[in-house]
Design a protein around this ligand. Sequence first.
Ligand SMILES: C[S@@+](CC[C@H](N)C(=O)[O-])C[C@H]1O[C@@H](n2cnc3c(N)ncnc32)[C@H](O)[C@@H]1O
Length: 274
Amino acid sequence: MGKKRKRVERVEATNEPAPKKQNSSTDPPPGVHHYQSVEEVPWDIQKYWNQGYSIFSKYDDGIWMTDDSWYEVTHESVANTIAQHVAEAVPPGRPIIFDVMCGVGGNTIAFALSGKWKRVYAIEKDESTLRCAQHNAEIYGVADRITWLKGDCLKLLGLDGGEMDEQARSFNTLASKLGVIFASPPWGGPGYRDAEIFDLELMQPYSFSYLYESFKKLSPSVALYLPRTSDLRQIAKHVGEDKKNQIVHYCTRGSSRALCAYLGDWSPLKLGNL
Ligand SMILES: C[S@@+](CC[C@H](N)C(=O)[O-])C[C@H]1O[C@@H](n2cnc3c(N)ncnc32)[C@H](O)[C@@H]1O
């Protein structure tokens, strides 16, 4: 994105107030912004400002972001390619996808736009972040294809070891019978940015093993979006002796942004023409 976005420049040219296109009847909740120029952006996320249209091509339509989400969101081209792969590789009889840590909606929106799913379930534990995802999905015209759930996905899906309430039991049953699980977890942990090979067991707050072992209780088809430097040997340990699983790097401008591990039951991906 330029220093100022196009709409602002147009306003300066005509000297009229900006025709603010708002897709939500409410103002952004606390901690949520639609920055309109680089001067408004906190210094530590200014480097992401120039990637704005790559994050959401409809940014100018009023996309909402929390400051943390600039680091975490899946860029639109990557999210769309993942959505295409998940749609191609999903085994028959699983028409529902759960994006269990949906953030501000990068992947959720792409899954809904793919038109593949009977229903997309999006879970996010942070209220403001979930509001961003809902609002952003409205901008992309897909909010009504998504069921939004606020809370800890492990609890909501009955995977936290506690007693399941009625709601958890029904989501657990739905996911077990008909669902695939996609998770784009936080990648925090010592050395994530610097490590040549990232130790997935140090990923915080949830290690790779913990997440995969939890989600596979729910569905045989789990896709995890992980750092590009992830230690593939740690992933391989979870693949059965005589089994093969697919791991795909997703690149922008010629370098890998991240990888997605398609674990358990998935059909072979067609990886040409990307
Ligand atoms: C890497 S971000 C997801 C980014 C998302 N793919 C996007 O494109 O916006 C991870 C998100 O998981 C959420 N999260 C972390 N633990 C969670 C949990 N137990 N249940 C639900 N959401 C969780 C965080 O609040 C954060 O928004």
